[in-house]
Design a protein around this ligand. Structure first.
Ligand SMILES: [Zn+2]
Length: 440
């Protein structure tokens, strides 16, 4: 094990270590098939994350706790204690409403500003955007959806994201859904996708981080969290997001008019999509993708192949932040780092051992971003561009290159040296990324 700059690595399996630093374990199996949302029961008290105003819980509130997701628990416990939360359901200015509608006309643009859209919709970006996309893709009509049920479902989804998380909140989910929409429109996909595929893709994108606690899997494991035990320390969060989504789908009755068989198929296919977003599985997905592309044998008339491509598309959508314009990308970088450092602060406070990338004393945004881009984002988007060599793919790779250069500039300034980059990254780069295209 060596340590250079901010990133420690093991020369025998550098990608594995980098992924472990990002906080996940590499093994995978599919654990329990219970609906998670209603049973969430945090052994660690998630209120410590938002500790300033949180105090003891009454017995009655504790009973309610088992019935609620983390997020709903927080809100209801405040309610029981008579603490009011700033109201998020103010009536929108007509002007704001008009501007939000105007933005939706360009929902397929890669430079769509989700932060602005979220402000214009008064924090309802996920509901507004997803509802609009359902309509745009003709899903309401095709699947005979009850629009009241759809809206209720989307509101529940949005509410089960934790608005206190700097990064893993409903705005991230809305951003991923918007990116997914952009990929669904790509010619190769749009001409072969069925309404069913589009439906699953949008639901999976909107719910892929549902009820995310704002800490990573190793944190849940080392605090003996119930979910880590339930899912045998494997894709713990992703399994929870999926089971939470299933819980909401069932509760909303949105697809109650479909056959049981179809509903079960939908639940399991949404699971396949959400589980693919486990970043610690990236190498497996990427090598499968690469060998399909090398053999040129992807046939999108084949439903299995299509669903594999949708898994890759959702993976891209989930980590596409560095492929956005610098203005947007920089904000995401700051938010994700804030969440990492927040976890690190808790780990320090409770003597849990600070997780990699989470120590604000030793890490910087620039170092974290450069590592992330080099080992995870560039390889994935390089292959995506081979699959779908379009203007969008070139735009994304263009931003990725520019953003990386910007972070390298920041890194140079911070280190105060005239060196280009930490040579560690260059060494790791050549070992891990033999494939084209190279971006730096
Ligand atoms: Zn995500």
């Amino acid at each position: 094990m060596q340590r250079r700059g901010a990133i420690s690595y093991d020369s025998s399996d550098q990608t594995a270590l980098y992924i472990r630093m990002l906080g996940d374990v590499r093994v995978r199996s599919r654990a329990g098939f219970e609906t998670e949302r209603r049973g969430s029961h945090p052994y660690i008290d998630f209120r410590i994350f938002h500790s300033n105003s949180e105090i003891e819980v009454s017995v009655s509130a504790r009973n309610v706790r088992r019935l609620l997701s983390f997020q709903r628990y927080l809100r209801s416990s405040r309610f029981f204690r008579g603490i009011t939360v700033p109201n998020s359901s103010n009536i929108l200015d007509d002007d704001y409403n008009g501007q939000a509608k105007c933005m939706l006309e360009k929902v397929g643009n890669w430079n769509f500003d989700i932060f602005l859209f979220d402000r214009l919709t008064n924090g309802n970006s996920l509901v507004s955007l997803t509802f609009h996309l359902f309509n745009l893709h003709g899903l309401i009509e095709h699947f005979q959806l009850d629009t009241m049920k759809l809206r209720r479902f989307l509101v529940m989804v949005q509410e089960d994201y934790h608005s206190q998380n700097p990064y893993h909140n409903a705005v991230h989910a809305a951003d991923v859904t918007q990116a997914m929409h952009c990929y669904l429109k790509e010619p190769k996909l749009s001409k072969s996708l069925t309404p069913w595929d589009v439906l699953l893709s949008l639901i999976a994108a909107a719910t892929h981080d549902l009820d995310h606690p704002g800490v990573n899997q190793p944190f849940l494991i080392k605090t003996n969290h119930y979910l880590a035990t339930l899912y045998k320390n494997t894709s713990v969060l992703e399994n929870h997001h999926w089971r939470s989504a299933v819980g909401l789908l069932r509760e909303s009755g949105l697809f109650a008019h479909m056959s049981l068989e179809n509903r079960q198929l939908m639940e399991s296919q949404i699971g396949d999509l959400i589980l693919a977003t486990d970043i610690s599985q990236q190498n497996e997905y990427l090598s499968m993708f690469r060998s399909h592309l090398d053999r040129g044998d992807l046939c999108l008339e084949n439903a299995n192949h299509r669903h594999f491509i949708l898994q890759m598309a959702l993976k891209c959508a989930d980590i596409c932040n560095p492929c956005r314009t610098w203005e947007l990308s920089k904000q995401w970088s700051e938010k994700v780092t804030e969440e990492f450092f927040h976890q690190g602060d808790i780990e320090k406070k409770y003597h849990l051992g600070v997780s990699p990338l989470c120590d604000r004393q030793t890490e910087t945004i620039a170092n974290i971003q450069i590592g992330f881009m080099t080992y995870l984002v560039e390889p994935l988007f390089g292959e995506w561009a081979r699959f779908s060599n379009t203007r969008l793919s070139q735009t994304m790779l263009g931003h990725l290159g520019l953003n990386k250069a910007s972070w390298k500039g920041v890194q140079r300034e911070q280190s105060g040296s005239g060196d280009d980059v930490d040579p560690t990254f260059e060494e790791m780069d050549s070992d891990i990324l033999p494939q084209e295209p190279r971006l730096s």
